[in-house]
Design a protein around this ligand. Structure first.
Ligand code: PEP
Ligand code: MG
Length: 574
């Protein structure tokens, strides 16, 4: 039976392919049938996962510090015992054979049965062992799921559509190297980091589908219409043909758009606009160059820290930044110091996520607490500054004392390098991201402290409107046209102009062709966006005449909010 579900499209285009369900939570395990010839394979996958879990436990044992409490060893022994118990290490295989199902599902059924029996136990000690069983099972599941990602995405199948309840930004990064043709999730807002990275995969994507993960089965044929946020499940052949036709039209449009690649990003009235790219990993640079970026306006370096157990060393970071700088051959490379925390949480720092992660220890706040990490990164950036046009960008500044502390710290790193006779660009430009309303409102009090500013509209909108950017239940209220946002942007740009400090935009607003004229009219002359949007934005710029837009934008900033939308439509029609 074919049916349709709706969500929020975050990356345009049409994809046609087969669903691959991925799971994380124990309660969110995919169930699929395997045919008789695959049963042996599932047994082997299961055995491999149990063996790997054994190895992990042994490795853990090797890391017990000297003098650690004896409970440590007790915990390891208990987990080993649970893992070796035939109820866990053998019975799921019988389920695989009997039910002809995948290994994860068989393990889930078995453990649910076990846990139910535990609930009947009166003895507190034994009842508490329920958590240990869950932990052991989660370890095996994680291995099985990780393995299934890899086995499925070895590049053989080009039409895989990932279906997940939720995915972390770090996981999306893993998919960058895989042949994924689309990406859909139950939750997530349009400017969540997961959505931003999904967009950078340059494949149609939809979030906020609510129950796609439950309704879609492994292997279902899907059509993803990223432009309209629609998923068609098991469509008829006629419908598939219709969408293939639409795919061709979109492809032609894209080919036409490629023609602007070589053109100058200059408006009709002769104003040169800078178009830069946002990258998450050095590998993104190719796409940025292909689409004609004039440099990197935002390098989200925190992705170098995610999805790994150890921290990147100063040397590793140096090599990374050096390579990027050399590849850019004199074009700017704006390196944002790590914006970890919130939805880009890392366990390497040992800080809990906190009750309200977006308002917690993240970005520059975390840099100042984790000074060793900050020092390693700054040293790497300074050393790489010998090889190109590198600038430093500080995320999420909000308080004057924090700015003073940050700049002092940066100065101390410079002095350290000078003492050690390590060469670097002593005039490296240092900028701040304006993404907290407090910073936007108080900009005049610290404008002199920085060389440039970059507006992070994703967070600026989140914090100004009190809309969690990753929460789909309030995604409809996430509004870049909100009077408060337009007035704040206007204030930031005016303060920058008055003090002769360049202001650019690196949030998702910069990559939205429908907002380009508004931003031009407000005075923005430098835009940084994910590389896939560069051509569309250049197209919008080439067709704009700032002298005609400005009077209308003045009407917005001085006029009544109820007229905003009408005026915005007008601006886009000029
Ligand atoms: C922003 O907040 O707009 C921004 C560019 O930073 P990030 O999306 O990485 O938070
Ligand atoms: Mg931000």
């Amino acid at each position: 039976m074919s049916f349709t579900i709706h969500g929020v499209g975050i990356s345009d285009g049409i994809a046609i392919g087969k669903a691959h369900l991925i799971s994380h939570a124990f309660s969110d395990i995919a169930h699929y049938e395997v045919d008789a010839s695959q049963i042996d394979n599932e047994h082997k996958r299961f055995n491999r996962a149990i063996n790997r879990a054994q190895e992990e436990i042994t490795a853990l044992e090797g890391q017990i510090p000297e003098g650690a409490p004896s409970e440590f060893q007790g915990f390891i022994d208990l987990h080993r015992l649970i893992l070796n118990d035939p109820m866990l290490s053998q019975s799921p295989k019988d389920q695989i054979t009997r039910l002809k199902c995948n290994a994860e599902w068989a393990l889930k059924l078995q453990v649910e049965k076990l846990l139910e029996q535990f609930l009947q136990i009166k003895n507190n000690y034994l009842r508490d062992r329920k958590n240990d069983i869950t932990q052991v099972v989660e370890r095996v599941l994680r291995i099985l799921i990780g393995e299934s990602h890899k086995t499925t995405f070895n590049g053989k199948n080009e039409n895989i559509i990932i279906v997940a309840h939720d995915i972390s930004p770090a996981e999306v990064v893993e998919f960058k190297d895989q042949n994924v043709s689309s990406f859909i999730t139950d939750v997530g807002g349009t400017t969540s980091h997961t959505a931003i990275i999904a967009r950078s995969l340059n494949v149609p994507s939809i979030v906020a589908l609510h129950n796609a993960r439950q309704l879609i089965r492994e292997g279902d044929v899907l059509i993803i219409d990223g432009t309209n946020g629609v998923v068609l499940i098991s469509p008829s052949e006629d419908v598939i043909e219709e969408f293939k036709y639409r795919q061709q039209i979109a492809h032609k449009k894209w080919e036409n758009l490629k023609k602007v690649r070589k053109k100058d990003s200059t408006t009709k009235d002769g104003v040169k606009i800078n178009l830069l790219a946002n990258i998450e990993l050095p590998g993104d640079m190719d796409q940025a160059k292909q689409n004609g970026a004039e440099g990197i306006g935002l390098y989200r370096t925190e992705f170098l820290y995610l999805g790994r157990k150890n921290l990147p060393s100063e040397e590793e970071q140096f090599l990374n930044y050096q390579k990027a700088a050399l590849e850019l051959d004199g074009d700017p490379l704006v390196i944002r110091t790590f914006d970890l925390g919130s939805d880009k949480h890392t366990e390497q720092t040992n800080h809990p996520t906190g009750p309200n992660p977006a308002l917690g220890l993240r970005a520059i706040r975390l840099c100042l607490v984790e000074q060793r990490m900050f020092r390693d990164q700054l040293r790497a950036i300074f050393r790489a500054s010998n090889y190109g046009n590198i600038k430093i960008l500080i995320p999420m500044v909000s308080a004057i004392q924090e700015i003073t502390q940050t700049l002092r710290f940066i100065q101390s790193i410079k002095s350290e390098l000078i003492d050690q006779e390590i060469s670097f660009n002593r005039n490296i430009a240092i900028g701040a991201m304006i993404e907290v309303p407090a910073a936007a409102i108080a900009l005049q009090f610290f404008v002199e402290s920085f060389d440039f500013f970059s507006v992070g509209t994703n967070d600026l909108i989140q914090y100004t409107l009190a809309i969690d950017r990753s929460d789909d239940t309030v995604a409809h209220l996430y509004n870049p046209h909100h009077p408060a946002i337009i007035l704040l942007l206007n204030k930031i740009i005016q303060t920058g102009e008055k003090n002769k400090k360049p202001v650019s935009i690196c949030g998702e607003m910069a990559g939205d062709p429908r907002l380009i004229r508004l931003l031009l009219g407000l005075g923005i002359r430098s835009f940084s966006m994910h590389p896939a949007n560069l051509l569309q934005v250049k197209d919008a710029i080439i067709s704009s005449d700032i002298s005609k837009i400005t009077p209308w934008v003045d009407k917005i900033t001085k006029g009544k909010p109820e007229d905003y939308e009408k005026i915005l439509d007008k601006i886009n029609q000029i």
